[in-house]
Write a protein that binds this ligand. Structure first.
Ligand SMILES: CC(C)(COP(=O)(O)OP(=O)(O)OC[C@H]1O[C@@H](n2cnc3c(N)ncnc32)[C@H](O)[C@@H]1OP(=O)(O)O)[C@@H](O)C(=O)NCCC(=O)NCCS
Length: 195
């Protein structure tokens, strides 16, 4: 009698290797590129929502932003996104009342540099409520930026950032603390002319 056959082993994907680029995300990226060049904040937000970006209330997404795989981007209420570059294939979740300044780069993609095929992998990035990603900071794949944290100008963030800490440099290290308090500002209510 033959042995009972074993059920085929279930392939469990590694925890971070999640989403790949799809035809849908390529198309959405092209559309987002063009939407990002239109004048009129309300129009851009309406169109971004139509192509799958989850955008809360009272948000600014500034003209000239780059959003790759916009269908994997979530922006919470009251947040402001300047002329940044967001590569969202692995999933980018920006919390509430977050400020992402001009020139910031949030990139969920990387390549396996030791593989002969140089495969692309994607890891999600989260940015907690009240965080500030300042000018030209770079947030790399898989990083979680804690609530209220500040990533100083030009920092390259390779590891998670603790809540209410200030990090800077390359690779980013703690350079200070931010006072935890009831904040009274809403980044997304900032309305310079010609948004
Ligand atoms: C994070 C930031 C706000 C801190 O400002 P601050 O509280 O005035 O800090 P300080 O200038 O007093 O610097 C404190 C320490 O951090 C260091 N530091 C400040 N900015 C740094 C940076 N970007 N990278 C590395 N170290 C930095 C300083 O050298 C100083 O170190 P020291 O104590 O050894 O001398 C500021 O550095 C920054 O990044 N601003 C971003 C501006 C921006 O993006 N504006 C957009 C407008 S929407």
């Amino acid at each position: 009698m033959s042995e009972p056959s074993e059920a085929p082993a279930q392939t469990v994907p590694p925890p971070h290797a999640r989403i790949r680029n799809t035809r849908h995300s390529y198309l959405a990226t092209k559309l987002a590129y063009n939407i990002g060049r239109l004048h009129g904040l309300s129009l851009r937000i309406y169109l971004y929502r139509r192509i799958g970006v989850k955008i809360g209330e009272r948000c600014v997404i500034r003209r000239g932003v780059y959003i790759g795989s916009p269908n994997e981007l979530e922006v919470g209420d009251g947040s402001f996104v300047g002329r940044a570059s967001l590569y969202c294939t692995g999933g980018v979740k920006i919390g509430r009342n977050v400020n992402v300044s001009d020139g910031a780069v949030i990139i969920t993609a990387k390549h396996d540099i030791n593989s002969p095929k140089f495969e692309a992998t994607y890891e999600p990035i989260t940015v907690g409520d009240w965080a500030w990603i300042t000018t030209n900071a770079i947030i790399l794949a898989g990083v979680n930026v804690g609530e209220g944290a500040v990533v100083a100008a030009g920092a390259v963030v390779t590891k998670d950032v603790s809540p209410y800490s200030v990090v800077g440099g390359n690779p980013a290290r703690a350079i200070g603390e931010r006072k935890k308090q009831p904040f009274e500002y809403v980044p997304g209510s900032y309305r310079p002319p010609f948004l």
